[in-house]
Unconditional design. Structure first.
Length: 310
């Protein structure tokens, strides 16, 4: 696949966005702290897993059981792209070419436009705009979803953002701690299809450690689904260097999927606007975060990444 990568920079920050692969920010670096914040693709561009590099856009996010659901009397059908679980997984926008609509030294705006039925048979015309901007206080990411159809459009969006656990060149595994402000865990069937079971278990040691900012990602692998809590803040801290990566998302991203590569040195702190399989959930659609944009309307989702020295 072709690759059109655009570099933006400001002050101590630089970022690279692959416009032809989902407008994915595949590199975010800070020269002052010698920090490589995101897990970067290999130079060859060959990816063993497209979700585990940079911050790929997921639309529709997570798994949809059977690839089907109903909304306002309409049946929505997505292809089964994960045959083992019988689910549709993550959509295809992370592979799609975006159009550059604005570019400067420190800012890039890209968009994807689809007519009704053009994107995976999705029966709505829509547009998604991704804006990246570097400022003195960090990296700003804004996503706008526009419903260009004449009916309410369901919207399920998230990012499989993959951070380097060792984000500083001087970091060591024993010094890394992870924080996630979370309020509830949603148990998933990890043996069959990774979908919520309808059970919300009490927090165990790993969940409590995440809440307290004491989770040690190199000690064990983790794959958990949570509702965001507090301000929705997530962070990775190097306690020896007294430096942390801070990831902030607005409240529209009401859920988290936290997936840890353990000794492989990465951790995904994924913001999502809905629960996995919210379309066919054992919980109500209101609790599951099922959302829709009115005809001609839009949603704006904002995030920020920064480094804090403490």
């Amino acid at each position: 696949m072709k690759s059109n990568k655009v570099r933006i920079a400001f002050g101590e920050w630089s970022a690279i966005i692959d416009v032809d692969r989902g407008a994915n920010c595949v590199s975010l670096r800070n020269d002052l702290y010698k920090a490589h914040v995101l897990r970067e693709p290999p130079e060859s561009g060959e990816l063993d897993n497209p979700y585990l590099y940079g911050m790929p856009l997921l639309f529709p996010v997570n798994r949809i059981e059977g690839g089907r659901f109903e909304f306002e009397g309409r049946e929505y059908v997505f292809p089964i792209n994960e045959p083992r679980t019988g689910c549709h997984l993550h959509g295809e926008l992370h592979r799609a070419a975006f159009e550059t609509v604005e570019q400067s030294d420190r800012r890039l705006v890209c968009r994807y436009v689809a007519d009704k039925g053009e994107y995976l048979g999705f029966p709505h015309a829509f547009e998604i705009i991704q804006e990246y901007e570097l400022k003195e206080d960090g990296f700003y990411h804004t996503v706008t979803v526009l419903n260009k159809s004449y009916s309410n459009m369901p919207v399920f969006i998230g990012f499989h953002i993959t951070f380097n656990s060792l984000f500083s060149l001087d970091s060591s595994p024993e010094d890394i701690r992870v924080l996630a402000q979370i309020s509830e865990e949603y148990e998933r069937n990890m043996e069959v299809n990774y979908l919520p079971t309808g059970v919300k278990p009490p927090f165990d040691g790993a969940s409590l450690a995440l809440c307290q900012g004491e989770y040690k990602p190199f000690e064990r692998s983790l794959s958990r689904h949570y509702r965001a809590g507090g301000e929705g803040r997530m962070s990775i801290t190097d306690v020896k260097r007294r430096l942390r990566v801070v990831y902030e998302n607005d409240s529209k991203y009401g859920f988290r999927l936290i997936y840890n590569g353990g000794a492989e040195g990465y951790i995904c702190l994924e913001p999502q606007n809905c629960l996995a399989n919210c379309q066919n959930s054992p919980f109500s659609r209101a609790e599951s975060g099922f959302d829709a944009i009115e005809a001609g309307g839009k949603r704006i989702y904002r995030s920020k990444i920064n480094l804090e020295n403490f």
